[in-house]
Design a protein around this ligand. Structure first.
Ligand code: C2G
Length: 131
């Protein structure tokens, strides 16, 4: 079984996230997603609308996702890849080359981001609509 792993905040899930998850799953048979905890988001300087628990519930409902784990730190990727015997590490290409150090553990794939959609755009759009 070819195992894939990816990580992210996945707040306010949108078509860009779904496209990433679909393409990641297409690279193998089993997709593990590491979702940033609220504490780790603070480290990433990212404020999520949904709590970790809610983002986990939403991710687990997506057909491409087989397993969700918490992402507590930047460096846990090394342990996770070994622990779950991961074959491919996937991220959107806004992270291009940032995780190349994982190449001695598994294949590293950066997939093109979906342009024109982002969580911050959605937040801005909602505040416009609500006026
Ligand atoms: N993504 C995408 N297209 C978008 C928005 C996001 O392909 N329009 C991808 C990102 O490239 C990433 C994944 O969806 O691979 C999750 O995006 P975020 O939730 O923004 O994740 P991020 O904050 O980049 O955290 O250790 C890695 C970090 O946890 C990644």
């Amino acid at each position: 079984m070819k195992k894939i792993i990816t990580y992210g905040t996945f707040d306010l899930i949108h078509a860009g996230h779904i496209s990433l998850l679909r393409r990641a799953k297409e690279l193998g048979d089993h997709l593990i997603v590491g979702i940033s905890t609220d504490d780790f988001n603070n480290i990433k300087n990212k404020k999520a609308y949904h709590t970790f628990e809610d983002r986990k519930i939403i991710l687990e409902a997506i057909r491409y996702v087989d397993m969700v784990i918490p992402e507590y730190t930047w460096k846990q990727k090394f342990e996770d890849i070994k622990k779950y015997e991961v074959d491919v590490f996937v991220m959107g290409d806004d992270w291009k080359s940032k995780f190349d150090s994982l190449k001695n553990l598994c294949e590293v794939v950066y997939l093109p981001r979906t342009e024109g959609i982002s969580t911050s755009e959605i937040k801005k759009g909602i505040s416009r609509v609500d006026k």
